[in-house]
Design a protein around this ligand. Sequence first.
Ligand code: C5P
Length: 211
Amino acid sequence: SSHFAIAIDGPAASGKSTLARELARRLGLVMVNSGAMYRAVTWRLIEDGVDLSNETAVVSALEAMEIDCGVDGLSSTVSIDGVDPGEALRSEQVNGKVSQVSAVPAVRERLVALQRDYLKTADVVMEGRDIGTVVFPDSPYKIYVDADEAVRAQRRVAIGEVDSVADRDRDDSQRKTAPLKVAEGAVILDTSDHTIESGVDAALEILRSQG
Ligand code: C5P
């Protein structure tokens, strides 16, 4: 493919979404929020009352889902069976269950394929947990975003998610399939002492050194 991906990975509330969005805006690239896809599948499974601890049930519900990923302006979109879950993606219920669903290999396989499809039509900034390790391991552009625990705690309050973040980070880092970790070739960007602007500048510097 002639298109490229900038991979942005890191834990929750590290500042990676803000960084990815601003990078995409500055560079005129499509910003793909891969977490929204895991959240959308989780939302649908909860809506359908699927027992999330029953992997067989999760996989058969997944197989019945139509998952559409697209672009609106410069941002990715996701809908399940024709419905965009919107605000429900960030509900407490989804926050509490998404790590369990995203640990299922069949879920990851399906969504990783959809994530790679974006490169058929666009250059992207994609943020997630395994973008540099699994989705686009050959990309030269990889940043691992992190921040101090205290700073992340403040940001959790700002994004309205206080309780489940530590659990999600633990589960996302400890799972067998595609755990959160620093990808080979990734540069770590600690955003603790950065403003949005200076963080973007630091990221651009990293990308220049990788290109
Ligand atoms: O990025 P966000 O915090 O919205 O992601 C929600 C959850 O989706 C993560 O906690 C993780 O369980 C899952 N996820 C993942 N792989 C990605 C992106 C998100 O497993 N690439």
